[in-house]
Structure formats: structure tokens, C-alpha cells
Design a protein around this ligand. Structure first.
Ligand code: NAI
Ligand code: NA
Length: 396
């Protein structure tokens, strides 16, 4: 079929297999261009099909020749209906990995469930024995607690008072003001249930109980802080409470891994266009201004640049892993640079529908968004018929 983008609000309903495959190849080439990393050898990535998780899988495999198992929740194609982008990404990744003789298998299903954890345990036992790196990179709007069966929905709301600020619809470029009503106690608890550290800890408990973590094993989950501008809706909002919980869980897990000489970290990453972040109000405007400045400064990074730097310059160096005063790894250092943030704050005041095309990188935002779905990728012929029915070679 010929596949074109079909958007509805913050999502794109279609995705392009060849565009996704090209994105994956570009990420692989980037990692290879940065040289080899004396990194992990057997890696489990939970949330492996898009965004930071996919970049972690690619960096593990093509940066340090690691065997990888990827867990994700993606939709396969049906005739005439393309798969979700994470499906095509994973298919392309596994093809490339297998081509160079790297082990790569995947499990598609709900990572929050006991069943998927059990399937993963069985696969590790059968194939890899023990894992030395577990990346936890889930972003989900809901989670069903496997013990109680109750489903929780996360929210993106401020806490204590309403929040009013500018936002942009990046499809139309219209800058408008939005007000978000504050969360109630239940919203806060539900968001912590979904995006906090409980499930990360359950994964580590399950793997450890089966003796599937190698001596010295490391686990890393991803967090975000961001500037004062977005604080009410992000770091001091419901999602921020969940990130506080996730960060606290790193210490709980670190204690549990002590007897193995293992480690648990949160890495604070930079704001990027992903399916998860496009849905957060105010963030797209912030990102479009941030991109403009970081590109001008020559310090712009995407997921792959961030994660490659995380592995090569933070996690796998001969010296101790550098962390901030709260024990967190920081690869948001360039985003948070004082001069960068001062410029964003200044541009923020000026941002209107009329001024944004000049002062912000709206085009970069939009291109990155369509790239997520395999569209607007250089070198791909979108006029050409493609086979939407792609299989993931290592899917269990
Ligand atoms: P993403 O939406 O690109 O990736 C989410 C992944 O989770 C996908 O592989 C998806 O298949 C998987 N997933 C979702 N629900 C699942 C389920 N129930 N079972 C199995 N797999 C499931 O998200 P992104 O942006 O890469 O986020 C990953 C982490 O990085 C999140 O914790 C996010 O908060 C954090 N982060 C994101 C930033 C951003 O600007 N995008 C900045 C800093 C941190
Ligand atoms: Na991810």
C-alpha cells in the first residue's frame, strides 16, 4: 500500500515501515560512528520499541555488541492498516542485529502484567542465563495492577492551583493560552501508580528471585526535570510526583542489589519529541524554543545522541558514575545550562502565533514528530507501494 500520515490531535494513526527502518539504520550508524563502548553484554530493555528505550537497545547492541531482549506494547499491521511505529522499529532493529550475528528477541505485551514478566523470565533462562543491564523506559497512560486487577490512569495536571500558560498546536502553529485545573489526591496517587517506580521494582524483584541478574548488574530508569516554566505542569505536577517516586525507587532497588554488587540509577534526560511528550500541554512550545537555541549552540541531541552519551560518558567509564546531589545521572546538562534556559525564558515572553516560526523551531518539532512515525525521513520514497505486513524476526 501507499502510506501517508493521518493525524488526529497529538497522535498519528499511520506509520511507514521503510521510514521507521531508515530511522533505526540512522541511529545504528550514529552509534557505530562514536566507537565501541566497553558496556553491557546481555541487556533487557523494558519499553524498547520507541524513544529512549529503542535508543538504549540500539546503543547496547551496536555500541557494545550486546544481546538484547526488548519488551514493548505495539500493534501489528492488518492488511491495509499499518502497524504502530514501534512495531516497524523493532522489526528493523532485529533484522539489523541478526545480520551482524547479534542475539535479539522481543516480547510484545503488557509489561505491567505478571504474564509478560513470566514470559521474559522464561526467555532469559532459556537463552541468556543472566542479564547485566536492565533499562526501564516505559511511558504509558495507564497501568493495571497485576495483584488487584485495578486499572489506574495517569494525568498531567498541576497540583494545588490551576496553571495557565502558553502552548502551541504544532500542526497549525497556533499559540494559545491554556488553563489546566489542579489534580485531586486520587489523580496524584493514580499517576504515581502508573509512572512511579512500583513496576520497575516488581521487575527487579522478579528477575532477582529467579537469579537472573548477573553480579554487578545495573538497572536504569529515565526521568525528567525541566525548567521553571514547565514546573507547574511537569516536575511539580502529577507526573513530577511519579518521577519523585521513581527516583526514590532507585534507592530501594540499589539496596536490594547490594548483595550482587549491583546498582540502580535514574538518568535525567533532556526534553525530546516523543509520542509521550507530544501529549503534555506547554511542553511542545518549550521544546520548539529549546530546539532552536540548542541547534544554534550546536548542542542539540535526539534520543540516540542522549543515550549514546549516557552509556559512553556516564555508565561505562573507568571512573565512578557521576551523579548529582540526589544520586541522579544527568544527561540533561546541556538543556539545563543557564545560558540556554535564560534564552528560552526570554523567547517564551515573545512567543506568539506570528513570531514563533522565526523565534522557535516549529519546523524541527513537526519534522521530529512525523519522523516518529517514519514520515518525512530523507531518502524514503513515499510514493512507492510498501508492504505493511512486516514481521518482527525475533518476536516470541
Ligand atoms: P515512548 O512513548 O517513546 O516509549 C514508550 C515505550 O514503552 C514504548 O516502547 C512502548 O511500546 C512501551 N510501552 C508503553 N506501555 C507499555 C506496556 N503496558 N507494556 C509494555 N510496553 C509498553 O516514551 P519515551 O519518551 O521514550 O519515554 C521513556 C521514559 O523516558 C519515560 O519514563 C519518560 O518519562 C522518560 N523521559 C522522556 C522525556 C521526553 O522528553 N520524551 C525526557 C526525559 C525522560
Ligand atoms: Na522508550
Amino acid at each position: 500500500m501507499i502510506i501517508v500520515p493521518k493525524t488526529r490531535g497529538f497522535i498519528c494513526l499511520t506509520s511507514h515501515p521503510e521510514g521507521c527502518a531508515q530511522n533505526v539504520k540512522n541511529q545504528i550508524n550514529y552509534v557505530k560512528s562514536k566507537g565501541s563502548i566497553d558496556g553491557p553484554k546481555k541487556v533487557l530493555v523494558i519499553g524498547a520499541s520507541t524513544g529512549f528505550g529503542l535508543a538504549s537497545r540500539i546503543t547496547s547492541a551496536f555500541g557494545s555488541n550486546a544481546a538484547t531482549i526488548g519488551i514493548f506494547f505495539e500493534k501489528p499491521a492488518a492488511p491495509g492498516k499499518p502497524a504502530s511505529p514501534g512495531w516497524y522499529n523493532s522489526a528493523a532493529f532485529e533484522q539489523q542485529a541478526h545480520q551482524v550475528g547479534l542475539y535479539a528477541k522481543s516480547i510484545n505485551g503488557d509489561a505491567f502484567s505478571n504474564e509478560i514478566k513470566q514470559q521474559t523470565i522464561d526467555l532469559i533462562k532459556a537463552d541468556l542465563g543472566q542479564i547485566d543491564l536492565v533499562i526501564y523506559s516505559l511511558a504509558s497512560p495507564r497501568r493495571t495492577d497485576p495483584v488487584t486487577g485495578v486499572t489506574y490512569n495517569s494525568t498531567l495536571k498541576p497540583i494545588g492551583q490551576p496553571f495557565t500558560n502558553k502552548t502551541v498546536d504544532f500542526h497549525t502553529g497556533v499559540v494559545s493560552e491554556i488553563s489546566i485545573q489542579p489534580a485531586n489526591e486520587e489523580d496524584i496517587e493514580n499517576t504515581i501508580k502508573v509512572m512511579g517506580g512500583e513496576d520497575w521494582e516488581m521487575w527487579i524483584d522478579a528477575l532477582k528471585a529467579e537469579n537472573l541478574l548477573a553480579p554487578g548488574a545495573t538497572t536504569v530508569a529515565y526521568s525528567y526535570i525541566g525548567p521553571l516554566l514547565t514546573e507547574p505542569v511537569y516536575r511539580k505536577g502529577t507526573i513530577g510526583r511519579a518521577k519523585d517516586h521513581l527516583e526514590a525507587t532507585a534507592f530501594t532497588i540499589a539496596d536490594k542489589l547490594k548483595d550482587l554488587g549491583g546498582k540502580a540509577y535514574v538518568s535525567v534526560n533532556k526534553a525530546l519529541v516523543t509520542q509521550a511528550s507530544s501529549a503534555i500541554p506547554v511542553i511542545p512550545l518549550y521544546i520548539s524554543l529549546l530546539y532552536k537555541i540548542m541547534k544554534e549552540e550546536g548542542i542539540h541531541e535526539g534520543c540516540i545522541e542522549q543515550i549514546q552519551r549516557l552509556f559512553q560518558q556516564r555508565l561505562y567509564t573507568p571512573t565512578e558514575i557521576p551523579t548529582d546531589e540526589k544520586g541522579r545521572i544527568r544527561v540533561d546538562d546541556w538543556e539545563m545550562r543557564e545560558d540556554v534556559q535564560a534564552k528560552v525564558a526570554e523567547l517564551w515572553k515573545q512567543a506568539t502565533t506570528e513570531s514563533l516560526p522565526a523565534i522557535g523551531d516549529l519546523k524541527g518539532y513537526s519534522t521530529d514528530f512525523f519522523n516518529l512515525f517514519g514520515f518525512e525521513v530523507p531518502g524514503v520514497d513515499y510514493e512507492k507501494e510498501v508492504d505493511e505486513m512486516v514481521e518482527i524476526p525475533g518476536l516470541q
